[in-house]
Design a protein around this ligand. Sequence first.
Ligand code: PLP
Length: 447
Amino acid sequence: MTLSELLPSLGCEAADHLEPGIWPRSTRLGPGGELLFAGAPVSHLAARFGTPAYLLDEDEVRQNARAYRKALPDAEVAYASKALCTRAVLRWVAEEGLSLDTCSAGEIAVARSIGFPAERILLHGNAKTPEDLKAALSYGVRRIVVDSLDEIEQLGALATGAQQVLIRVTPDVAAGTHAAITTGTEGQKFGFSLREEVRDNLGRAVSAVLAQPGLRLAGLHCHIGSQVSRVDFYELAARKMIGVLVALRESNGVTLRELDLGGGHAVRYLPGDTGFDIDGYVRRLRVALAYECTSHGFPLPKLTIEPGRAIVGPAGITVYRVCAVKRGSRTFVAVDGGMSDNARPALYGAAYTARLIGRRSRSARRPMTVVGRHCESGDVLADGLSLPDDVRPGDLLAVPCTGAYHHSLASNYNLVGRPPVVGVSRGTATLLVRRETEEDLLKRDLG
Ligand SMILES: *Cc1c(COP(=O)(O)O)cnc(C)c1O
């Protein structure tokens, strides 16, 4: 028998603190089990905006952006907009001096609608459509990261000015993350491989770009994956990339001045997760780049990095309402959202935690499984979670670290409308993206 079973009240009292490191920095426990988020009581926000809802702490997004700028004052920090692409978020990161990484005409359209400076935008993608390329060219996006010989030809045919391009390289660094988000190894779809002689593969891409009068080759790009916590993988990628720049100088006679090392910096989803040590990353990169460049007599390239998750992920939480509790060999707590607002458990087996908010429970805690409302048994939001035994319909649950790849990966599976995104700053909430309605859903269905 555990202590909390002997003294049921102890279980919740002892656990009545926020798990360190995973909740947005502004989050506090308030009276009566309330959760304060950026100065606002979450149960009030749930009543005002409905559930499920994504809540985003504007000040934390800005602080995260600023931390990168401060750690790398001489590099370009491009926010990867695919993590969360709303006009307000793009405005905040633009104001904080970040650049922007996009990968579709749609993301460029959002950036364009708020006047995000085109000279600070990059376009990525392994299968850019003519519409994507035209959107980038018409807005004057400064750099397009090319990913295949076909694309170089297609872009060359469309570009009229001196469109700057970076070539994406596969550095063959296994970043130790989930296969679906490992992008820097051999045998996945992104980039030019280094397996063959550089001059035979990447060298051909370089020649192809140089042969296009409308294109100007600015440098190289790589992105080793996502949710990468170890900085030594980046150091290894940086060393390899300088080696590639040196090899291209020999094989193609070009000295490229820009190096984009991508994003992928990890955040904490669960207590005990390892985050990303930005200062350690910067220190090791600086030393590695300086060493490799000096020893090969190569000029230090201008550096770009592309964090997405690390800017917005930790700044967001999702609030759900419990619909039903089913007790049996396992206890299921079913909430009013699920895999349509959080696809990550189903896509990558991602694990989450959740906490009861809005009331204080004296019940003992028991292991429970939080499930969504969708018609798939894989629709599990958090497993083996310790929740108070008296959890019941109407209760609110909050899930931390949902700012990145939640709204942006959301679907309307089962024709459930996508949740709103609510920005909160110093106690004031603003609806940034409204909830998807039945009218929205019916509008596109022309019968
Ligand atoms: C996804 C992606 C990023 C951002 O990854 P995060 O894990 O969100 O930091 C950056 N660059 C490229 C090319 C990407 O595909």
